[in-house]
Design a protein around this ligand. Structure first.
Ligand code: ATP
Length: 466
């Protein structure tokens, strides 16, 4: 295998503006990512967000529709998999059932017609690396899931790849085995000194293992950062919600270091949002202090505990505030349901994020005086003065989109993709059959994946000039 010429700490892989379509479905949207030599990078996101597709494009089993992949500065976008100094470990171990452990690991080397003594050395070294010395003559079917995955890893590292790609390699293992293997993978990464690119939907696994995490949703990178950055400074609601538990609330930044949410003004440490800027506020449940009800000025929030669950180390409580909002609080002390409590939130524990949008905005075409086409459908609108055929923009408030159970009852159909609880209502992302996105505020409870009908009343369609 060719020697790498990258300086320590330099980029081994540059993913530049990669997009991928399967037919007319876009699965990756302008993904750019630089991976440093020797890093443990995890691509984290919910099922279907495009993680595996990105890994397959890196390995060469799939090709990008747009963009390029560079390996130490050389374009490998079109290079076939076997010419890339990378190997992949899959979720299902994909071992050959008719070969023993040794022959499974030696398979690729034998194909390459390596000398027997070299093969033997390499196989033994790989087995040692995964803690499976003395297992070489074992039938792979007699191994536990964890042991089979170790053999699969040994097979992937036997040829000393520069980059190891791991696609949810621990997903099929039980919790205890998964935890043990996580530690072993981290050790292996250190010992091997090669670059690991790891795909998972398990945020805890990502936080435990990675030097850097790439959070993805719907084919788009949402944030790249160290585990601490991602946890402590989420860049948007998606990241805050996906990593750990969060209270996510609508707010208004009144001025520097003063934010209003849950009908209350709080001092915070954020600056530079401008006056009266709409923001999202994130507060981690472990950052909220819960105490027996008190009237001190420090405790600005008062409420009643509605549930209290023991989570192994801490208690997780839902507190129903007097002003109608609900907050999740974690504490080492239990406050039983019905207890009257006060809450304290310190300025540094209030994370303020710019809102990505404050209403739905669509491109639209005027059909006639009372009809408008948007989202591929004609909607009735209030009379207006725009010319027929005019290209306009339409705004619809989040709480003005009606969802129905029966998708046939809607002017449009879509499915619920992402649900954020915002303290007193749900904020949903709906994706239509044509892959258009709508954002809806509702008090109704929907589940991820629910098919819904979508309606917009004429008076809620705000037409503005393009
Ligand atoms: P999971 O964790 O469930 O594997 P993922 O984040 O790895 O999810 P991908 O496997 O990359 O997601 O898939 C992203 C989207 O692309 C999904 O909607 C999937 O159905 C679609 N997809 C993947 N491969 C193909 C293909 N060969 N043809 C058509 N669509 C595909």
């Amino acid at each position: 295998m060719a020697e790498m010429k990258v300086e320590p700490g330099g980029n081994i892989i540059d993913i530049k503006h990669v997009s991928k379509w399967f037919g007319d479905k876009q699965v990756l949207d302008d993904v750019s990512l630089h991976i440093r030599k020797g890093e443990f990078v995890t691509i984290l996101g919910p099922s279907g967000c495009g993680k595996t597709t990105l890994l397959r494009i890196l390995s060469g089993f799939d090709t990008a529709s747009e963009g390029e992949i560079l390996l130490e500065g050389s374009d490998i976008t079109q290079t076939p998999p076997h010419q890339r100094p990378m190997n992949t470990v899959f979720q299902r171990y994909a071992l050959f059932p008719h070969l023993n452990v040794y022959d499974n690991i030696a398979f690729g080397l034998k194909l390459k017609k390596e000398k027997d003594n070299i093969i033997e050395n390499k196989v033994r070294r790989a087995l040692k690396m995964v803690g499976m010395t003395d297992y070489e003559h074992r039938d792979v079917n007699s191994l536990s899931g964890g042991q089979q995955q170790r053999v699969a890893i040994a097979r992937a590292i036997v040829n000393q790849p520069q980059v190891l790609l791991l696609d949810e390699p621990l997903a099929a293992l039980d919790l205890k085995m998964r935890k043990d293997m996580q530690m072993e993978l981290k050790e292996m990464h250190k010992t091997l000194g090669i670059t690991f690119i790891y795909v998972t939907h398990d945020q805890e696994e990502a936080l435990t293992l990675s030097d850097r995490i790439v959070v993805m949703s719907e084919g788009v990178i949402q944030q790249i950062g160290t585990p601490t950055d991602i946890y402590n400074e989420p860049e948007n609601c998606f990241v805050a919600d996906f990593i750990g538990e969060s209270n996510i609330l609508n707010g208004t930044m009144i001025e520097d270091r003063l934010v209003r949410f849950m009908d209350t003004e709080f001092k915070c440490v954020d600056e530079g949002f401008g006056a009266n800027a709409p923001v999202d506020v994130v507060i981690r449940p472990e950052d909220i202090y819960i105490i027996a009800k008190t009237d001190t000025a420090n405790a600005m929030l008062h409420g009643r505990v509605s549930s209290c669950i023991f989570k192994g180390v801490h208690y997780e409580m839902i507190v129903q505030l007097a002003n109608g909002y609900e907050l999740m609080v974690q504490d080492y002390n239990a406050f039983e349901p019905e207890t009257e409590v006060s809450l304290i939130i310190k300025p540094a524990d209030i994370h303020v994020m710019k809102k990505e949008r404050t209403c739905n905005t669509f491109d639209a075409t005027i059909v006639d005086e009372t009809h408008i086409e948007l989202l591929g459908t004609t909607f009735e609108c209030l009379p207006h003065s725009f010319d027929k055929g005019a290209q306009v923009k339409v705004e619809v408030d989040f709480d003005k989109i009606d969802l129905t159970d029966d998708k046939e009852d809607g002017a449009l159909e879509g499915d619920v993709r992402l649900i954020l609880y915002k303290g007193n209502h749900y904020h949903l992302t709906i994706v239509t059959d044509d892959d258009d996105y709508l954002y809806v505020d509702t008090n109704d409870v929907w589940d991820d994946g629910d098919m819904v009908g979508i309606n917009i009343m004429p008076e809620d369609i705000r037409i503005i000039k393009n």
